[in-house]
Design a protein around this ligand. Sequence first.
Ligand code: AMP
Length: 182
Amino acid sequence: MIVKETEENAPEFIKSKIRDIADFPREGIIFKDITTVLSNPAAFKHCVDLLAKHFEKQKIDYIAGIESRGFIFGSALAYKLGVGFIPIRKPGKLPSKTERVSYDLEYGKDSLEIHTDAVEPGKRVLIVDDLLATGGTAEAAIKLVKKIGGVIIGIAFVVELEFLNGRKKLPEDCKITRLITF
Ligand code: AMP
């Protein structure tokens, strides 16, 4: 379906640029491919601008982006808001001392790491990823930021797969922002 791009229908326009890939990375999974959002300058800009608009009045010290698609949206948002960026990475990638949390994925098991000194205790952190599915990744990221003393002001996604109910895994007091839903 072709959606015309206007300021008013930005979420719908972004949604129209997401491509479904059946049976990736496993049979039965419909992968929401956001590379087709990124390659469309207007769609990518709307993602960053809508998130920035939502958070511009809030006091944020750092954006923590989850590897790897959370880096793309998270770093652009950090630049736009003028705050620092912290990478939450797959195991073995961060060079200094790390904390690690393991979790279940929609399609497998994984771990995430953060530098133990990435934030000063009490600093306000917004976590960013591309998509909320079963919630395991976001749950692990929240635990990591808390472990190193960060105060989580919220977690933001471009996409939420509502039918997977991932938000149920996240702490009740964690504010969830998403631009579009399936
Ligand atoms: P989950 O831990 O199940 O919430 O999975 C979220 C992470 O896995 C995000 O970093 C997504 O990029 C990726 N992911 C999980 N399921 C999908 C899907 N159906 N389409 C695209 N990305 C997905």
